[in-house]
Design a protein around this ligand. Structure first.
Ligand code: FVH
Length: 303
């Protein structure tokens, strides 16, 4: 019997709140794996395709929450999660909430505290995949929060992507996710800045990409060496490219001369300059890590 025509009182395995591109991909993968799924979305029309595949549509958040022991939220941002769940807090009591909405680490911790205050088991998740990768075996989802919830749900959620548990601090999965995205977005911005510079010589972005891709791929091999220096904490180890050597003033000036906004590369040069002014010019490039960390501590100290 299709799920949509089941007795409404019969519980389903998972209730999915949020049927945007990602929520629909997650719900589809669960249905394809034979799980029974209740779905809810603020704009109800978005449930139609899933109902046709066997999901049960709930008419309200409370109804969706009451339908399953496990409730997955894949909404937009932290406020949308609270707006959706606050009114259903009592129905959630005794159930497990898995939040896959992108939130900051502190927002994830706030949700964990909110859940604990309402007798709800909480697992936070950060999706390292686009919707098309869900169920393809390519993506990854980082989890943190309740270990019990993770251990119980891992077999079911394994259909989405590879699962990785990051500990009981509910904010850790989000922190690692956002740290990875920080690296990715700065790489993309760097590529686009380079493409803008090359454009002033008439090179198309596609031509530039064809050159940049193998170069950057090769450069990522350097991460492990930088990481070793950072973890060892000794920026004087021989064999490193020094900050004096890495000075990017010419690169910044070249960008300006071509009429291209130098802000991405100027930000890197500012990090280099700060270390040189503090007397570390002879040390390795990786020393800028210390400047980034110290700036965070200074802000915390000032707070
Ligand atoms: N799509 C992706 O590639 C990324 C990959 C990494 C992780 N993200 C995060 O997943 C969350 C959902 O992303 P999404 O792609 O499904 O996003 P949308 O298609 O824009 O759908 C958003 C859903 O959230 C609902 N919604 C928004 N605001 C509210 C609200 N105030 N109350 C209730 N629901 C709300 C929205 O409902 P509607 O507009 O259809 O009525 C959608 O269901 C996100 O955190 C990504 O960062 C995806």
């Amino acid at each position: 019997m299709p799920e949509s025509t089941r007795n409404p009182a019969q519980p389903t395995d998972v209730s999915m709140l949020g049927l945007g591109a990602m929520g629909r991909a997650l719900a589809t993968a669960l249905l394809d794996a034979g799980r029974s799924v209740t779905v809810w979305n603020r704009t109800p029309d978005r449930a139609a395709e899933l109902v046709a595949r066997g999901a049960r549509a709930a008419g309200s958040v409370g109804e969706a929450v009451a339908a399953s022991p496990v409730v997955v939220a894949c909404l937009l941002k932290y406020p949308s999660v609270r707006e959706t769940l606050d009114p259903a807090a009592e129905e959630l009591r005794g159930r497990t909430l898995v939040n896959l909405t992108t939130t900051t680490p502190n927002e994830s911790r706030a949700l964990a505290a909110w859940a604990a205050g309402h007798g709800v088991e909480y697992l936070d998740g950060a999706i390292m995949a686009v919707p098309a990768m869900i169920g393809s075996g390519e993506g990854q989802i980082f989890y943190s929060g309740s270990r019990t919830a993770y251990d119980t749900l891992r077999p079911a959620f394994g259909v989405w992507a590879a699962s990785e548990f990051h500990g009981e601090d509910a904010g850790r999965a989000s922190l690692v996710d956002l740290a990875m995205l920080s690296g990715m977005y700065q790489m993309f911005a760097g590529f686009l800045h380079g493409a803008a510079m090359a454009a002033s010589a008439g090179m198309s972005a596609s031509e530039f990409a064809a050159r940049q891709t193998p170069f950057l791929s090769a450069m990522t091999q350097e991460f492990a060496g930088y990481a070793k220096v950072v973890d060892g904490g000794d920026y004087t180890v021989p064999g490193q490219q020094s900050l004096d050597f890495s000075d990017l003033s010419d690169l910044v000036r070249a960008s300006e001369e071509e009429g291209v906004d130098p802000s991405p590369i100027a930000a890197v040069q500012a990090l280099i300059s700060r270390q040189k002014e503090a007397g570390h010019g002879a040390e390795g490039f990786a020393r800028i890590y210390e400047g980034l960390r110290a700036a965070g501590s200074a802000e915390e100290d000032a707070a």
